[in-house]
Design a protein. Structure first.
Length: 268
């Protein structure tokens, strides 16, 4: 991992850990000097502890739910269990049944569940939910500013569903979600979905919304040819003074330690 990736990856992991612990990210700023992989390991260990603490009881609940009609299970999940317990049980159900139950639940509740869900335990469930329902949940999460939750599950979406979700988001929201995306190796695939015209608009969104660190992180994960093309777009749209300001922002974040296309954009 290059220094650019390491610095930004640590920041993204801090955002995700803060969301899990329910604390402001600023309280965990001291972790910025810790390797991103170590922060991620800590987050995953904490998540595993939360999800396995009552495995026996949750397994019995999941087994009992097989005896009930899907509509009744959905009603009990929403009215009696709530989103935290529903998120814990989701990965213990047969995927096809969990998808069927999700189809009976309101978007607002599914968004609540998505915030509490560990996507690693429900990959098949996430993959089976229809694209139109994923779009509705994604829009609700962006409305709430829950980009960490969206970034965590979006990396597990099939390509057709990912395409539908991305089309529904604003350019700025795509940047915010991509920054905390769990499967960063899919960012080049995400770029394919966005297309060259919309990728160029991401540069405008970064400037308009103050999301340059997020944009640089996205650029850093793209292939060199696409990287170079977007850098040319940025150069054409930013005057020398603004490029210098962004370079200073990147320097303060430790992003100029190694030569490459990103450094070329910032320092010429």
């Amino acid at each position: 991992m290059t220094p650019v990736h390491e610095v930004l990856a640590a920041r993204a992991e801090i955002l995700k850990l803060a969301r899990l612990l329910g604390v402001p990210p600023e309280r965990l700023a001291y972790l910025e000097e810790v390797p991103a992989a170590d922060i991620r390991q800590l987050r995953e260990q904490a998540t595993d502890m939360l999800f396995t603490a009552h495995d026996g009881a949750l397994g019995r609940l999941a087994a009992a739910s097989r005896l009930l009609p899907v509509g009744l299970v959905a009603l009990i999940g929403e009215r009696a269990f709530g989103p935290i317990l529903a998120a814990r049980i989701a990965g213990l159900l047969e995927p096809h049944r969990a998808v069927e139950i999700a189809g009976r639940l309101p978007t607002e509740f599914l968004a609540d569940v998505a915030v509490e869900l560990d996507p690693r335990r429900a990959i098949d469930v996430i993959a089976g939910i229809p694209p139109e329902q994923i779009v509705e949940v994604s829009l609700e999460l962006t409305r709430r500013g829950e980009f960490v939750a969206m970034g965590r599950f979006v990396g597990h979406l099939p390509l057709t569903t990912l395409s539908a979700a991305v089309r529904a988001l604003s350019d700025a929201d795509v940047l915010r979600a991509a920054f905390v995306m769990e499967e960063k190796d899919r960012l080049d695939e995400l770029a394919d979905v966005l297309g060259e015209e919309r990728l160029s608009r991401v540069i405008d969104a970064a400037e308009r919304e103050g999301l340059w660190l997020e944009a640089l992180d996205l650029l850093g994960h793209l292939g060199r040819e696409r990287q170079a093309a977007l850098i040319e777009v940025a150069r054409a749209r930013l005057d020398d003074a603004r490029q210098a300001e962004i370079a200073e922002l990147a320097r303060e974040a430790g992003l100029l330690e190694r030569p490459g296309p990103l450094r070329d954009l910032l320092v010429g």
